[in-house]
Design a protein around this ligand. Structure first.
Ligand code: FUB
Length: 443
């Protein structure tokens, strides 16, 4: 994705207002798909699949994790599991739509390996590491390739269910260990109307919901409701109608901090470069609303929604640089000693953190940066790429792109709540620095 033309970068910089105000897609440093949001300990853990930058058809090798507490600024935690976790698989592609759920202090990740059934991984932390406790698929109906898109839900009585499938819908009752099941795999006799794939099974106010990607293509997000976890399912309509503006979709639905959200996917980031079709998708999210009878009000297409930041961002603590609302053109990668850094930083690139509360005023800015190039810097601006310049961090060569050093600069004029825009300077050069973390110090 970074090899986009100069023309596109220039276009985006010229459209600084778009870069700062855009909220969808929520991840711009990689292509992400198949959102599986999980609320745990006041944080949203957003697990996604990963379309490779050069994907033409589906080229999917690993699963990623992002977290947020405000819905618009997301921290990248990198790859949390990959095909390598499943040595028994027979294919080197097919890390399709996963789902993660917590039970009894453990975290279970259900992973379809397209064409090789559905495996399960377990971890002691939502960040991983995840390992395969079975050494074989949890489910594999070898007579077809329909075992994709698992969605797991634990009912109030402790019974866990896994729904999955394209084009048929299957479910099975999972045992309390979450890595085995009892009874037969059941295929629904009748699909909800418009069902294609990507079931998202949940319960809210005593009613069961099955959201799903609607008939391809383009796919919208449909949903059905039931009074029982095993149906019968009554189709209730669309959460999001299909539109020619996109192609695939895949729902993830949560309640968080008193609001309800639907996650899905689109091709809008790829469309900044090309309208030729490739499977290079991006996760988006919108707030959604329930009617008093439990039905869901239709949500417009992602780009026609406005996502509100639900709490201000605190800059007076160590912030991982890979935390951003917008960072198109940048990439993230794993640091040698663990952790993630922002990389592929070129002259005039920007990184935006939204809704930052500077309170009565910031006095200093500190950043941990590694730079081979040196003679570059980070402008600290407010609200847009051309907004008020409140500080300039000069970065010297540190002796290598993995040799991190702290640099700091004075800040003047950063008070109250603003979008924070870091604009990189380097006299037209590329690969200026790698960036690990930053923080502000109050005046
Ligand atoms: O991402 C691969 C496949 O595409 C998913 O499993 C489907 O839901 C569709 O999003």
């Amino acid at each position: 994705m970074k090899n986009r033309t100069k023309r596109i970068s220039a276009l985006l910089i010229g459209m600084g207002a778009l870069a700062v105000s855009a909220q969808n897609p929520i991840i711009q440093t990689k292509y992400t798909a198949d959102p599986a949001p999980m609320v745990y300990n006041d944080t949203i853990f957003l697990y996604t699949t990963h379309d490779e930058d050069d994907a033409d058809g589906f080229k999917m090798l690993d699963w990623l994790l992002y977290t947020s507490t405000d819905m618009v600024n997301w921290t990248d935690h990198g790859v949390v599991a990959s095909l390598e976790n499943f040595p028994w698989r027979q294919r080197d592609n097919g890390a399709w739509a996963e789902h993660v759920i917590a039970r009894n202090g453990k975290f279970y990740m259900y992973c379809p390996l397209h064409g090789n059934g559905i495996g399960v991984l377990v971890a002691d932390s939502p960040y991983g590491p995840f390992r395969d406790p079975l050494g074989k698929p949890l489910v594999w109906q070898k007579e077809h390739w329909e075992d994709i898109d698992p969605s797991v839900f634990i009912d109030d009585d402790g019974q866990a269910y896994m729904y999955w499938g394209n084009p048929n819908v299957y479910y099975v009752k999972l045992n309390e260990d979450m890595i085995s099941y009892s009874g037969d795999i059941v295929r629904l006799e009748e699909n909800p109307e418009h069902y294609q794939e990507g079931p998202w099974f949940y319960k809210r106010n005593g009613k069961y919901y099955l959201a799903f990607a609607s008939t391809c293509c383009p796919e919208g997000i449909g949903y059905a409701m039931s009074n029982s976890p095993t149906g019968p399912w009554m189709t209730r309509g669309y959460i999001m109608r299909p539109t020619e503006r996109s192609r695939g979709n895949h729902p993830g639905v949560i309640d968080y901090k008193g609001r309800s959200y639907v996650f899905g996917l689109n091709y809008d980031l790829m469309h900044l470069e090309t309208f030729e079709h490739h499977e290079r998708r991006s996760v988006s999210v919108a707030e959604m609303h329930y009617n008093p009878d439990g039905t869901i009000r239709e949500v417009p297409y992602w780009q026609d929604t406005k996502l509100e930041q639900i709490e201000n961002f605190n800059p007076y603590r160590r912030v991982e640089a890979e935390t951003m609302a917008w960072g198109y053109g940048l990439k993230t990668e794993k640091l040698d000693g663990g952790g993630i850094c922002v990389t592929r930083i070129d002259d005039c690139d920007t990184l935006v953190v939204k809704g930052v509360d500077f309170g009565s005023g910031a006095g200093r800015f500190i950043a941990s940066v590694a730079s081979e190039a040196g003679n570059c810097g980070i402008e600290v601006r407010l609200d847009s790429a051309e907004g008020a310049l409140v500080g300039t961090l000069n970065v010297e060569a540190t002796g290598g792109s993995d040799r991190y050093r702290e640099f700091s600069c004075a800040v003047d004029g950063a008070k109250g709540v603003h979008d924070l825009v870091f604009r990189f300077k380097g006299n037209g050069r590329k690969n200026l620095m790698n960036w690990d973390w930053w923080k502000f110090v109050e005046q």
